[in-house]
Design a protein around this ligand. Structure first.
Ligand code: CTP
Ligand code: MG
Length: 229
């Protein structure tokens, strides 16, 4: 496998409600996106990385990664209006030799090297992989403040990233998707008829969405790396 990583960092962070997109806010002294970027840079099986960033951020981000000596970053591309569009643009920027693609949300700074290894190991066997965790709470379908019903939790998992696939599968899935929108690559692959395998994610691999997630991420980082923060 020749592995390329797409770091999706082109969102606006509307639910976070900050002037600066959340992936560029400082978390434990380092911009959010750099936490996961470093894990990929340091992972021996990752060959190159392409970042998708919001319009206007390309030069700044490229300068920052070059300054830090993150040499696997091949290109910083301008993302699109949706995550799907951002990833599609980044996909085009990967070198021709890359045959396996991992996609990761820059808003998930807490991934571990072990999780990346697990996803890659599964990818080697199966062509499309997603990491996810089982739903722990009881799930309710709620409309206008009223419980419509309780959804059986059995078999429900929460999708995380990294997700990945053989490059040709992913490209085929994008071609077939056309104008239809999907919230993650796995959904795109499923719709294209590919079987997507699940590996165990990590409950600490949260996606920073709201301000309280940001604080939670900071706490996890302090607990894990007391010397660094
Ligand atoms: N993303 C992206 N391009 C977009 C939208 C999202 O690359 N047009 C990225 C985000 O930067 C993030 C990941 O996809 O790393 C998951 O998206 P989400 O958590 O929804 O982030 P935002 O879209 O930025 O947040 P919000 O939906 O609250 O605006
Ligand atoms: Mg979004």
């Amino acid at each position: 496998m020749r592995v390329g990583v797409i770091l999706a960092a082109a969102g606006r962070g509307e639910r976070m409600g900050h002037r600066i997109p959340k992936q560029f806010l400082e978390l434990a002294g380092v911009p959010v996106y750099l936490h996961s970027l470093r894990v990929f840079e340091d992972h021996p099986r990752v060959e190159e990385i392409v970042l998708a960033v919001p319009p206007g951020w390309e030069t700044r981000v490229l300068a920052q990664v070059r300054d830090l000596g993150l040499f696997k970053v091949k290109e910083v591309v301008c993302g699109g209006d949706t995550r799907q569009a951002s990833v599609e643009r980044a996909l085009r920027a990967l070198s021709a030799g890359i045959d396996t693609v991992l996609v990761h949300d820059a808003a998930r700074p807490l991934i571990s090297r072990e999780l990346v290894s697990r996803v890659l190991q599964a990818l080697e066997r199966y062509g499309a992989v997603l990491c996810a965790v089982p739903v722990r709470d009881t799930v309710k379908l709620v409309r206008e403040g009223r419980v419509e019903r309780t959804v059986p939790r059995e078999g429900l998992w929460l999708a995380q990233t990294p997700q990945g696939a053989r490059r040709e599968w992913l490209e085929e899935a994008y071609r077939l998707a056309g104008q239809r929108m999907f919230t993650d690559e796995a959904a795109l692959l499923e719709a294209a008829g590919f079987e997507v395998r699940v590996v165990r994610g990590e409950n600490t691999n949260l996606k920073i969405t709201y301000p309280e997630d940001f604080r939670m991420a900071e706490i996890y980082l302090r607990l894990d790396k007391p010397g660094k923060v």
